[in-house]
Write a protein that binds this ligand. Structure first.
Ligand SMILES: Cc1ncc(COP(=O)(O)O)c(C=O)c1O
Length: 400
């Protein structure tokens, strides 16, 4: 019998989804959702999006409805270059590539530099979407633990050295410096500088994923890792998914001219360009200043929900549970003392009541089932509170 799967890329067929995914119920409409990394849907600027789309089409439909440049609209790339200055990044518009989501950035970068058996590093834990992109690529994925400052730099160096000695040097390191998904914490400025120095020493690329940079509730804005890059070792990506809407599928890349040119060619060969209507909407949304007003409004709301989640955890969780205290982003990370609660039993117990993202989705191995990512942005405040209480009750019920 014809087995078509034998023709598939072995990187794809050997990929094992996290154990928890067979039990997770994050699509359950009856449950309170603390699982997805979504903006609050009540506040999607849908009327504004409709207005901007209509106006843009009336003004410029022959361009918007046609094919266009593979790196995206020049005016939007110029806006991105200008916007990047806030993060200490000096870029020109031709160092920017627009693509259909930063998930696509990851795939394009993997296609650009990773050949079968090449090594790449992710933080442990790391964003579940990125884990599945890189695990289904041809690369060998190595996860390196985090300390209070960011990725453990000594362990990263040891690995880079080991790979260099093996003749198959480390090629790519994927880092989320601001309001990490799932931890909610940020890499210190010192560690950002050390990362660039190490990339220069061992000649690997850093893919800096900055999806949550605008969602800062306390503290200073920190310079990007890319701000310390003097010779093209850092590829930066951020997205319109959180400050506008994920359904528009639009993100950007800032990279050296050589890398931006190569990624633009790959983007072109993948699907011509990022979708034009989304680009036209984002352009008006940014140029007319709506983006910063929206971010300001959402940050007040998200800070309130984050504080409420922290307070509810404080009041209801047993003392064998700990969690991070983020100053921005969408998430916090909960750890249940090892051996106290079975992670799969917890999923079964909470089914239909409250959903969260089980910790094993953030690892390339089977670890992490005693850890949970909670999102505080999506549900209204009363459900954020209720969800945490339901989760605490389930943990206490199952505790050994
Ligand atoms: C860290 C991180 N990177 C990338 C993405 C995906 O972004 P996009 O919607 O642009 O593909 C997410 C989505 O949750 C994320 O948390």
């Amino acid at each position: 019998m014809f087995d078509v799967t034998k023709m598939f890329d072995p990187a794809l067929t050997s990929y094992k989804p996290p154990k928890s995914s067979a039990y997770a119920s994050w699509g359950d409409p009856g449950a309170i959702s603390l699982s997805g990394g979504y903006p609050d849907p009540e506040y999607y600027p849908w009327e504004l999006i409709g207005k901007l789309a209509t106006e843009a089409l009336a003004k410029d439909y022959p361009r918007i409805l046609a094919y266009g440049p593979s790196n995206g609209f020049a005016e939007l790339r110029e806006w991105v270059a200008e916007h990047s200055k806030q993060n200490g990044v000096e870029a020109k518009a031709d160092e920017v590539v627009l693509c259909d989501g930063s998930t696509e950035t990851m795939s394009l970068v993997a296609r650009l530099v990773l050949q079968p058996g090449d090594a790449m590093v992710m933080e442990a834990p790391s964003y579940s979407g990125a884990v599945s992109v890189f695990l289904t690529s041809v690369a060998h994925v190595e996860q390196i633990p985090m300390d209070e400052q960011g990725i453990d730099i000594a362990k990263l160096e040891a690995y880079a050295k080991e790979r260099k000695a093996s003749g198959r040097p480390l090629k790519l390191v994927y880092i989320m410096p601001n309001y990490h998904n799932p931890l909610g914490t940020s890499t210190t400025v010192e560690r950002r500088k050390e990362l660039v120095a190490m990339a220069q020493k061992y000649d690997f690329l850093i893919l800096e994923d900055d999806a949550y940079i605008e969602f800062r509730y306390e503290g200073e804005r920190l310079p990007s890792i890319k701000a310390f890059d003097t010779d093209g070792h850092v590829i930066y990506t951020s997205t319109f998914s959180k400050p506008l809407a994920p359904g528009l599928r639009l993100a950007w890349i800032v990279a050296s001219p050589v890398v931006a040119g190569a990624l633009s060619r790959l983007k072109g060969s993948s699907n011509m360009s990022a979708n034009h209507l989304g680009q036209a909407i984002a352009l008006a949304y940014c140029k007319e200043g709506h983006i910063y007003k929206h971010i300001e409004k959402m940050n007040a709301l998200y800070k309130m929900k984050k504080d409420l989640m922290l307070k509810t955890l404080e009041e209801h969780m047993p003392d064998f549970v700990t969690w991070t205290k983020p100053s921005g982003g969408f998430f916090l990370w909960l750890e249940i003392e090892e051996g106290r609660v079975d992670g799969i039993e917890l999923l079964k117990e909470t089914k239909g009541k409250v959903t969260y993202r089980p910790g094993d989705s953030f690892y390339a191995t089977e670890e992490g089932l005693n850890k949970l990512r909670l999102c505080f942005t999506f549900e209204p405040a009363e459900k954020v509170e209720k969800g945490v209480i339901l989760l605490a009750e389930a943990i206490k019920k199952l505790a050994k």
